[in-house]
Structure formats: structure tokens, C-alpha cells
Design a binder for this molecule. Structure first.
Ligand code: SF4
Length: 189
């Protein structure tokens, strides 16, 4: 679908060419996400997302005195600079805010936090569950920081630089992946 606004044409069939840290838990999921049409992303967004962003911003405001918030984290692959954003970076630790930290989403949230820790070279991080106040602490050593950084950059390269579909990285996160239909083609996990 194309939309004309003030002489500018918006093409919602174009790929978003964006990929989140969560998507990059699997290079194949990242590959699909990078090429997903804008219209497909829009159809998955509802008012709850907007409300969630407002809550998120309100909570981040409370961290501003002690932390840098919405901190850009940049990496470069195949000549492209890709920018991600950590919720808050404080004195020696990283914070990610979530609506609720639950079993289903835990692998994705832990992966995301560890990536920010690896890219920022910070060994301690916290996932804050806003709904129930639970705080999950993650502490890693230098070897794990290096490992996470290598895996993340490998998945990012495969998602945005390569031509063909990368290999699957099957895990419990597949149950939450919006691309599991085309990816797994009806196979059982
Ligand atoms: S279903 Fe699993 S293996 Fe396939 S793209 Fe999604 S996360 Fe990757």
C-alpha cells in the first residue's frame, strides 16, 4: 500500500530494514524481521503498545538523575552502522524495563540484556518487571561478554548482510516467534 502525504509518498510494502536485539536471538528470525513489510508491522501494533511506551517513558524519567536513559548502542557490520538502544545505563550496571518478567519471555529478555552488557562492556545488569516489581539480576564474566558479543555480531551479519536465509536457531523462543510459520513450515518444534 502506498500513501501520499503532502507530496511525499510512503510505501508500506517496503521492508522495514530494522532488526531488534530480541530478533537477533536467531539469525533466521533477524533475517525475516529485516525484510518484513512495513504494513505487516503496522497490523501487529495496537493501542496497548502506545500505552506501554508511555509507561516506559514515565519510569525512565525516574532514572534520569542517576543514569543515562535510552542509551544508543552502535555497531558496524558490512559497512552499515546499526543502532540499538538500552533502557538505562547506570554506574556499573544496565537496566532493562519490561511489563512482566515471566518464564516464556525470560530467554529473550536475558539475551537482550546480555547483548547490551556485552556491547557496553558492563558485567552487571537488571531486568525490572514493572507489573509485579520483580528484579532479575544478571552477572557475567569477561569470557561470557566476549561470547555474547561474537554471537550477536554473527547473527546481525547474517540478518542484514547475507542474501540467503540463515540457519534456524531453534529453542523455546520459537514459540514466541512471529516467523515460525514460514520458518518451520509446519514442522513440530
Ligand atoms: S521459528 Fe525459531 S528458528 Fe525459525 S526464525 Fe523463529 S526463532 Fe528462528
Amino acid at each position: 500500500m502506498k500513501i501520499s502525504v503532502g507530496g511525499i509518498e510512503l510505501d508500506l510494502d517496503k521492508p522495514v530494514e530494522r532488526v531488534s536485539v530480541v530478533d537477533l536471538i536467531c539469525p533466521r528470525r533477524g533475517w525475516y524481521a529485516y525484510r518484513e513489510p512495513v504494513s505487516s508491522v503496522v497490523s501487529g501494533v495496537d493501542e496497548m503498545v502506545v500505552a506501554g511506551q508511555l509507561v516506559h517513558a514515565a519510569v525512565l524519567n525516574q532514572l534520569r538523575d542517576r543514569c543515562r536513559v535510552e542509551v544508543p548502542v552502535e555497531v558496524e557490520v558490512c559497512g552499515q552502522r546499526r543502532r540499538f538502544r538500552a533502557d538505562a545505563v547506570c554506574d556499573g550496571y544496565v537496566i532493562e524495563l519490561k511489563k512482566r518478567y515471566g518464564k516464556a519471555y525470560a530467554p529473550l529478555y536475558i539475551w537482550q540484556l546480555k547483548v547490551y552488557m556485552a556491547l557496553l562492556n558492563v558485567k552487571r545488569g537488571y531486568i525490572v518487571s514493572l507489573e509485579d516489581g520483580y528484579v532479575k539480576e544478571i552477572v557475567v564474566d569477561d569470557a561470557e561478554l566476549r561470547y555474547v558479543r561474537e554471537v550477536f555480531l554473527d547473527h546481525l551479519r547474517k540478518a542484514v548482510c547475507g542474501e540467503g536465509e540463515p540457519e534456524r536457531r531453534v529453542g523455546q523462543w520459537c514459540n514466541l516467534c512471529k516467523f515460525r510459520g514460514p520458518c518451520l513450515s509446519g514442522r513440530l518444534l
